[in-house]
Every structure is written in structure tokens, then in C-alpha cells.
Design a protein around this ligand. Structure first.
Ligand SMILES: Cc1cc2nc3c(=O)[nH]c(=O)nc-3n(C[C@H](O)[C@H](O)[C@H](O)COP(=O)(O)OP(=O)(O)OC[C@H]3O[C@@H](n4cnc5c(N)ncnc54)[C@H](O)[C@@H]3O)c2cc1C
Length: 480
């Protein structure tokens, strides 16, 4: 197992022993055969409107493909909005070099123009500017913004924070502006298969059960929801105690008097430690991050992380949701009762989407593993470069890693790309490279490739890499 950046991964719980009934009877039934109306015949169908899905839909539509984006909830953004995990980290390395541009940078720019994104100024990236470092340390945001360089000094990373509510609106606008069609409140339940080729999807929504046919389907569900129906081999192994083997219940507390809190910590540090310990002893979680956007004064975030090994198991999700919600409300009650500054606070929102970081992954034409992190060599079909900031000493030696297009192409299946955290990688690679900016890069590449394939009538497996590279560069991607 890789050596993890100790300051990043120290706070995670081990998997829970969860009582499950599983499949409680041996009985089966035969579903009635039924005729299903085909509501669309299109070029590209994107399933799931999270970071991967919005990038895929926009890129496909901009590439000239008739595109539809299907999302189960009433908003876009996935974990980045509905999951309240609104930090877009690791856009550059500890030396201040930016690697992720393209669609992800466009989202940040558009939100910044609305006062809904914030990030350290470029002149501070890779630098040890004390006032900037201190600000992020005080906000308890070290794991997103600060790393140590070779000299052991703290340096600032290029990481952005976004306002999830404005982001939901801006993402709708970006998708519709691109010319893609958007269908919300629609669960995709199965792929439509013809041999080993994906021809479309079955959806269910309040209007009924429908079929959509497309030349290319892109699975951006985060969990690879289409894969069991496609029948390909998947892998969902996660090392217990690692980042991706965690569910996260995220919630925001508002109306916290942080000035009062800071004065208390400064004037009575021992008392602060005592109260913190008291809250822990009573089963609460007293640690929080501060909202970083200028209009979020008095807002703090709590990520209650809890171990898991099966992130697509509804029984486990139910257990975790009930348990962490109960712990979270209790934690706030204890903070309000004991911690100066929290007296008039309230829970503003808990994330509608339970935080999942792992889940199913495909075995693609290229399977990324730990050894791919220990080299700076690009692939001949590189579609993204990622900053490698989270592996301590190893990151100092290899500050970047490359992603081949083949990691989005499932083996032995036609008509399908996977452009979300279900991309083709082992546990160790996913641990570091399945975050929001990474999934946006997968999505942008898959969408652009799907448009090229549907225009050329070619298989997505055989997309002309030079044409794909030109399209990605045209839309701001940073490539070797
Ligand atoms: C607690 C926690 C904190 C995290 N913090 C950060 C962070 O600060 N920064 C960061 O970059 N990453 C963070 N991550 C990781 C990051 O959120 C995810 O890896 C990333 O969002 C993955 O993007 P995605 O597009 O693959 O999936 P998702 O964000 O999960 O999006 C998938 C989308 O598909 C939709 N969908 C799913 N199934 C279906 C279906 N069957 N039919 C229709 N629609 C469907 C979902 O509703 C959702 O909109 C965190 C994760 C957790 C759990």
C-alpha cells in the first residue's frame, strides 16, 4: 500500500460492522415483459450530472454532438454541490505549476466572476507567504491548500472553493448554453445492450419508464451504475482506513461567532482543550473547517467521515446516513451548549447527497496502478495531467501524473465510456486521483471523444487521438 501524506489521511475511521439482511429470501419473480417508448434517439447520452457528467455533456455538445444529460436529482454538480464538498483542490503542484485547466478552470472563472469562487492569488502558488499559509491553517484547510516543500517549508497550492448554490445555477447555464439537453429528476436504471454494445439506457421518472437510444453512452454516475447491466468485470476493492473507503456526512453550521470563538481559544487555550475533549467524550465531533468564501462569515463545515467497504449497498448507506446524522446533530448540540461562539448557531444544511468516494470501477483498456504514479512520463494518449501532492516524499519526487484516454474505455464493450470516479484504476491510484477536478478532466475528454466518434461513425475505442487532443487544447486543457 502506498505511503500516504500523513497530515492528509490521519482522521479516518475504520469500516463499521454493519448488520445487514442482504437478500433475505431465495424467492424470485419474473417481471412482466413490456414495451417501452423511445423518447430520444441522439448522438451522446451522458448519465449523471456530477463533475464528470457536466464536463462530458458540455464537451460533447461543443464538439457538435446532439447530447442529452440525465440526472436523478433536481440539480447538477453531484458531490461538488449536493454533497457540500465544494473545494476543488490540486489544480497545480507544490512548485506553483498549474496542470488542470479546461472545463474545470472555466467553471472556476465563471463562478469567480459572480463572487462565488475563491482561491489564492497566482503569485502565492508554490510560495511560503506566511499570511496566506496562516489563513488556511487557521481555517483548518491545510489538507486542501498547504503542503511542505523539499526544505520542509509550508507552501500554498492552487485550490479553489466554490459556492454550491451559485454553482448549481451556473452549471445549468453552462450545459444549456452548450446546446446539450438536460433532463433532471430522472434515474437511469439500466443500459440497453445489443451483444456487447451499449445502444442506450432505460430511465424512470415521475412520467414513467422510458428508453433513450444513443451512439455513445457515457457513465458519469460516480458509482458506475451502468456497469452491472453491461456485464463487464468491475472492481470495488478499497483498503480499510483509506480516504476512498469512507462515507462522508457533510453539514454546515451557520451563525457561529468566530471572533468570540477565536478570542476564547487565545485567552483560555486549556479550557478550549478541555471542552473539545468533553465533546469527544460525550460522543460528539468538535472539529470544523471555516467557510472560506467572503459571504460565508460565521459558517463552518463539518465532514463526518465513517468507514465503509460497500458504497453502493443501500442497507449500508441507510445505516450510515441514520448513524452519522444522529452523531452530527448531537455534535452541534454539544458545540452550542459548551463552545463559546456557537450559542446562536444552527445547522444550516446537511448534504442531500451522502458522501461516497469509492464504489465500482471499470477495468479499462489501460488499468492505472500505483506504479503509474511513480513516473512523470506521459502516455501517447494522455488526456490530463494531475498534480501529485498527497503522497509525501513520493510527491516531491513525482509532482505530476498522467492519464491515458484508455482509462475511460472499458474492455470488450462498445459504445460506452466511463468518465467519473469509476475510471479504470486500482485502489491506490483512485485514492489520490478521483476528486472533482480529476472527474471534470475525465468528463471533458470523454465528451470530446464521444462527439468525434459519433461524427466519424467510429468506435469510441478507436478515436483519433490527435483530433481529441486538438479539441481538448481548443477548450483550455493543459496537455504534455
Ligand atoms: C466526504 C467527502 C469529501 C470530499 N471532499 C472533496 C473535496 O473537497 N474536493 C474534491 O475535489 N473531492 C472531494 N471528494 C471526492 C469527490 O466529491 C468525488 O470524487 C467527485 O465528486 C466524483 O465526481 P463524479 O462525477 O464521479 O461523481 P458524483 O459527484 O457522485 O456525481 C455523480 C452524479 O450522478 C448522479 N447519478 C448517480 N447515479 C445516477 C443514476 N443511476 N441515474 C441518474 N443520475 C445518477 C448523481 O446524482 C450525481 O449528480 C469528497 C468525497 C467525500 C465523500
Amino acid at each position: 500500500m502506498a505511503k500516504y501524506g500523513s497530515e492528509v489521511y490521519q482522521n479516518y475511521d475504520l469500516p463499521q460492522q454493519i448488520p445487514k439482511k442482504g437478500i433475505a429470501t431465495a424467492k424470485t419473480i419474473i417481471e412482466a415483459k413490456r414495451e417501452v417508448k423511445v423518447i430520444r434517439e441522439t448522438d451522446v447520452i451522458v448519465v449523471g450530472g456530477g463533475p464528470g457528467g457536466i464536463a462530458a455533456a458540455v464537451a460533447a455538445a461543443r464538439g457538435g454532438a446532439e447530447t442529452i444529460l440525465l440526472e436523478r436529482y433536481g440539480h447538477l454538480g453531484g458531490m461538488a454541490t449536493g454533497g457540500l464538498v465544494n473545494i476543488i483542490p490540486n489544480l497545480g503542484d507544490i512548485y506553483g505549476e498549474q496542470y488542470i485547466g479546461g472545463f474545470c478552470q472555466e467553471v472556476i472563472d465563471r463562478l469567480a466572476a459572480r463572487g462565488a469562487a475563491d482561491f489564492p492569488e497566482k503569485r502565492f502558488w508554490g510560495k511560503s507567504e506566511a499570511s496566506v499559509v496562516d489563513m488556511y491553517l487557521k481555517a483548518n484547510m491545510m489538507h486542501f491548500y498547504i503542503r511542505k516543500n523539499q526544505k520542509g517549508e509550508y507552501v500554498v497550492l492552487y485550490t479553489a472553493v466554490i459556492d454550491p448554490e451559485v454553482a448549481k445555477d451556473e452549471m445549468n447555464t453552462m450545459v444549456l448554453e452548450s446546446g446539450a439537453e438536460l433532463l433532471l429528476h430522472t434515474w437511469v436504471t439500466a443500459p440497453i445492450m445489443e451483444g456487447n454494445t451499449v445502444r442506450g439506457v432505460i430511465v424512470e421518472n415521475k412520467s414513467g419508464r422510458w428508453a433513450l437510444l444513443g451512439k455513445v453512452v457515457i457513465d458519469c454516475t460516480g458509482d458506475g451504475d451502468l456497469l452491472p447491466g453491461v456485464g463487464v468485470e468491475t472492481i470495488d476493492y478499497m483498503v480499510p482506513g483509506s480516504r476512498i473507503a469512507q462515507f462522508g456526512f457533510v453539514y454546515w453550521i451557520a451563525n457561529v461567532d468566530l471572533q468570540k470563538y477565536d478570542e476564547f481559544v487565545a485567552s483560555e487555550p486549556e479550557k478550549h482543550k478541555e471542552i473539545t475533549q468533553e465533546i469527544i467524550n460525550k460522543g460528539g465531533w468538535p472539529f470544523f473547517c471555516r467557510g472560506l468564501l467572503k459571504h460565508q462569515e460565521g459558517v463552518v463545515w463539518i465532514h463526518r467521515l465513517i468507514g465503509s467497504l460497500h458504497q453502493t449497498d443501500a442497507e449500508e448507506m441507510t445505516y450510515i446516513d441514520v448513524k452519522t446524522r444522529n452523531q452530527s446533530v448531537k455534535s452541534w448540540e454539544l458545540l452550542r451548549k459548551y463552545m463559546p461562539g456557537f450559542e446562536k448557531s444552527f445547522i444550516m444544511l446537511s448534504a442531500p447527497q451522502l458522501g461516497t468516494s469509492g464504489g465500482r470501477r471499470i477495468i479499462g483498456e489501460y488499468f492505472l496502478t500505483a506504479k503509474d504514479m511513480d513516473t512523470d512520463k506521459p502516455f501517447e494518449d494522455t488526456i490530463a495531467i494531475f498534480a501529485d501532492n498527497d503522497r509525501g516524499e513520493l510527491s516531491l519526487a513525482y509532482p505530476r501524473t498522467h492519464i491515458p484516454y484508455r482509462a475511460l474505455v472499458p474492455k470488450e464493450t462498445e459504445g460506452l465510456l466511463v468518465a467519473c470516479r469509476a475510471f479504470s484504476a486500482d485502489h491506490e491510484f483512485s485514492e489520490f486521483f478521483n476528486l472533482i477536478p480529476h472527474c471534470m478532466c475525465f468528463g471533458q475528454a470523454a465528451g470530446a471523444a464521444a462527439a468525434i466518434a459519433s461524427k466519424d461513425g467510429a468506435s469510441v475505442r478507436n478515436v483519433d487521438y490527435n483530433a481529441l487532443k486538438r479539441e481538448l487544447l481548443k477548450h483550455g486543457a493543459i496537455l504534455p
